[in-house]
Design a protein around this ligand. Structure first.
Ligand code: NAD
Length: 401
């Protein structure tokens, strides 16, 4: 079942039913421009040879080079990757950066590879896709199970740093990229908080997924004196009305590999976590977490989607009906791709920007994007997801050749 892609199509259709963009635009955006598949042959440490399936989905490039990550996973889900590629076209448009949308995957269990095998896989990927990618064509980045190690190798094999983003700083990566997604979400929240009636006194936060995006968001909350009352990881969830000491939780997680059993907090289930009373609920783990089944029990004022696709279309309607404002993924987590674009820009110009410069520019981009989305939602009396899609559609239509 192409569930994730159908969810994307519903979101697109719902936005297009609010504002008329014509049937041609829908036809052009409803499927990717190009889907490329290659077989990667890799020599294993024992001298044997193995073949891995790899593909890249290039959804849209009217606004600039295709942009999006490459994931390594044994059960790469083509439907999900196709969905994420499409959402990238909308996300880059909302963020106002001159990039399009793409995504890729390799069917491989990365944990079963040695470092040398992994490096040879990255090189094979770069060689196979050399003709399909490039600084002005398609600029991949890390995604699930890939990181700066892989990007550094692909850039070296291709021969230009701007061919990928998410590289290590020593190899042309940007300062501030690792915190950009959470920081961007924070700036969006700050920009909209008055209009969302987020009372500073009552502004408590619950974060699902104490990983890269979620734990960094927790750090930012702690720095600003905002109370995080609940969080979780794949092992379980914790809750404390007094607020969780985030620095101590990092140490606890490092020592025990889990957030569970944190002193001073109560263990709860992940399902309970999503229903806690709070100011802001931050899904930062997986897709399809807030659904028809649990949306009516969500007890937050605002949902900030740091994860991609955590809320289904049916849940959107229930939340909107309850007056819960959802700051959609294509706005809330677009800080990551925004700083990826900054990395590309630095590489193209041969520059290295300071962390402060990156932060100032990120803040400016996110505030503008939040304002524009809010305006579209307000003008059309719709939720912010439809507002964000309308903004992206306007920008895509403008760029259509
Ligand atoms: P991550 O792997 O670092 O963190 C994910 C966290 O979710 C981990 O703590 C994991 O234990 C937890 N988790 C997994 N299953 C869970 C479950 N069933 N219940 C509760 N928690 C669970 O990943 P990440 O990079 O932080 O990405 C998280 C989400 O944010 C993804 O949807 C990703 O696509 C999205 N996102 C991330 C970035 C980025 O820059 N990292 C950018 C844009 C979007």
């Amino acid at each position: 079942m192409a569930q994730a892609y159908n969810n994307f199509l519903s979101q697109l259709e719902r936005a297009m039913s609010v504002k008329d963009f014509g049937t041609e635009l829908y036809g052009l955006l409803r499927s990717p421009m190009k889907q490329i598949e290659h077989q990667l042959n890799v020599t294993m440490d024992d001298g044997s040879s193995r073949t891995f399936e790899a593909y890249r989905i290039q959804h849209n490039n009217w606004r600039g080079p295709y942009k999006g990550g490459i994931r390594f996973h044994p059960q790469v889900d083509l439907d999900e990757v196709k969905t994420l590629a499409a959402l990238m076209s909308f996300k880059t448009a909302v963020a106002g950066i001159p990039m399009g949308g793409g995504k890729g995957g390799v069917t491989v269990d990365p944990k079963a590879l040695s470092q040398g095998e992994r490096e040879r896989l990255d090189r094979a990927w770069a060689q196979a896709f050399k003709a399909d990618i490039g600084p002005t064509v398609d600029v991949p980045a890390p995604d699930v199970n890939t990181g700066s190690f892989d990007m550094d190798i692909i850039a070296a094999e291709y021969g230009h740093p701007a061919v990928v983003t998410g590289k290590s700083v020593e190899h042309g990566g940007s300062l501030g990229r690792d915190t950009a997604t959470a920081m961007g979400g924070w700036y969006v929240l700050q920009q909209l908080k008055d209009r969302l009636f987020l009372d500073p006194e009552m502004f408590t936060v619950v974060i699902q997924g104490f990983g890269n995006a979620g734990a960094t968001f927790a750090d930012i909350c702690a720095r600003h004196g905002v109370k995080v009352v609940g969080t979780s990881d794949s092992s379980g969830a914790i809750y404390s009305t007094d607020g969780i000491d985030i620095a101590a939780l990092h140490a606890h997680k490092q020592a025990t590999k889990s957030v569970k059993d944190f002193p001073g907090a109560r263990n709860i289930s992940n399902a309970e976590l999503l229903e806690l009373e709070c100011g802001v609920l931050v899904p930062a783990a997986l897709e399809s977490q807030i659904t028809l089944e649990n949306a009516a029990r969500v007890n937050a004022k605002v949902i900030l989607e740091l994860a991609n696709g955590p809320t289904t279309v049916e849940a959107d309607d229930i939340l909107f009906g309850k007056g819960i404002q959802v700051i959609p993924d294509i706005l809330a987590n677009s800080g990551g791709v925004t700083v990826s674009y900054f990395e590309w820009d630095q590489n193209m110009k041969g520059e290295q920007w300071s962390a402060e410069q990156v932060d100032v520019m990120l803040k400016d981009h996110m505030e503008k994007a939040a304002e524009e989305v809010w305006k579209r939602a307000h003008e059309n009396t719709v939720d912010m997801r439809r507002g964000a899609f309308i903004l992206a559609l306007e920008r895509l239509q403008q760029a259509k050749p």
